[in-house]
Write a new protein. Structure first.
Ligand SMILES: NC(=O)c1ccc[n+]([C@@H]2O[C@H](COP(=O)([O-])OP(=O)(O)OC[C@H]3O[C@@H](n4cnc5c(N)ncnc54)[C@H](OP(=O)(O)O)[C@@H]3O)[C@@H](O)[C@H]2O)c1
Length: 161
């Protein structure tokens, strides 16, 4: 099974503030949906609470250390191995790691594929994508998006280990 990270980050690797996203880029959200539909998506408890509902057409797996935690329509796990077992048992061929900071940090080293949206954003944040080098990764796809009146400039890259 392929383990994939999907993230949108600013110029200083910013990903969120006050448990919210930092921008609204409709085409990036559409791409997120297209890529993840039909798959298992793994996220930290805080990211789940920021979204507030399971995303339709996908199996949401929430990571929490709280054994009492539950969310309607979602699976809750206390380890990555448990999440991978659930996805594999369901016959999924790609598990998407959807953040936030803690989850990305924990799973970065094991990730096979990266769907990265680099957003031209210089503002404040309290959650960041970990520092990492892409020099040993192979570039599979790159699409540049110019600034519009609705969205900042952003570059979408797919990389593989
Ligand atoms: N830009 C993007 O692409 C993107 C994507 C996702 C999220 N975000 C942003 O990221 C921010 C949230 O990130 P965050 O780091 O604060 O929170 P998070 O990673 O979403 O969730 C943290 C929680 O996950 C659980 N957890 C973490 N490590 C674990 C482990 N090893 N085992 C079991 N459970 C574990 C814990 O839950 P318990 O406390 O319940 O034990 C922990 O409090 C928000 O601002 C969100 O909007 C941005």
């Amino acid at each position: 099974m392929i383990l994939s990270i999907i993230v949108a980050m600013g110029n200083n690797r910013q990903i969120g503030k006050d448990n919210k996203l930092l921008w609204h880029i409709s085409d990036d959200l559409k791409n997120f949906k297209k890529l993840t539909l039909g798959h298992h998506i793994l996220m930290g408890r805080k990211t789940y609470e920021s979204i507030g509902r399971p995303l339709p057409g996908r199996t949401t797996i929430i990571m929490s250390r709280n054994p009492e935690y539950s969310a309607r329509g979602c699976k809750v796990v206390s380890s990555f191995e448990e999440a991978a077992t659930i996805a594999e048992a369901a016959g999924d061929n790609e598990l998407f790691i959807c953040g936030g900071e803690k989850i990305y940090k924990n799973l970065l080293a094991q990730t096979d594929r990266f769907y990265l949206s680099y957003v031209d954003y210089d503002g404040q944040a309290d959650a960041f994508f970990p520092q990492f080098s892409i020099k040993d990764l192979k570039l599979i796809e790159e699409v540049r998006h110019e600034k519009t009146d609705k969205a900042p400039k952003w570059v979408y890259k797919v990389l593989e280990r």
